[in-house]
Design a protein around this ligand. Sequence first.
Ligand code: SF4
Length: 288
Amino acid sequence: MENLRKPSWLKKRIPPFQDLARVKSIVDEVDLHTVCEEARCPNLGECFSRGTATILILGKVCTRDCGFCAVEHGLPSSPDEAEPEKVAHAVKKMGLQYVVITSVTRDDLSDGGASHFAKTIQAIRALDSRIKIEVLIPDFKGDPSSLALVLGEGPDVLNHNVETVPRLYYEVRPQANYRRSLDLLKRSKETHLHTLTKSGFMLGLGETEKEILNLFRDLREAGCDFLTIGQYLQPRSDRLSVVRYIPPEEFEKYKEIGEKMDFKTVASGPFVRSSFHAAQMFSTTRDR
Ligand code: SF4
């Protein structure tokens, strides 16, 4: 497919980020990975300069190979048992009051890495119980006991992205299943009412408006509280091409539709990513 020209609204000015080096040196010092770097996120400069980062646990090699994702695919090594402590140390050093913990998908592990998520939450809470924790989890192949392990630690927000409309799963998330992702969100809400749930998807992969509206409806039916909608950007030439660049007004329209459908907060814009401004999203809801 012919490459589309990037429109003017996607040309991002790099902010002056004097703190970028500070965050980077902390994560490097304890040998951690950030999804910001691995996924080549366009907001990296902005987030690092605010002293925030989304920490990637369980290594940086994923057992799946989603068509939109820049993370390395292959057979990962065993989890680093010391990693939960390292994460807690980095979070404290960065002075974070809100942290997002995510992982690659670890289909090679019997619990999908759920116990590692649980230990990481415990380690952070042991250092400072006031820190708010959002976990952005894989689908654990739909295993309810893995989900229960994570939810049992009481994360403040349970985030799991549906990424796109069901028709495009074959290309975009070939090893995932739309229903399974919705069920995970629904089960989370049903079993742990006080944990807020969150999901997100990308526009620009060829989805239709009707499909997007169905996606909104499905997520609401699953009890999803927060929604993030952003523009898909091709991270590397061997990844899926962008089918369409969505103008900012359309993102605004979807935000209004989502708010009318009673999502607690909808972040919708070309540069919105799953954990972008996550702390603000959480605190706005809590303070309401
Ligand atoms: S499961 Fe997540 S990390 Fe793995 S390839 Fe897909 S999007 Fe990337």
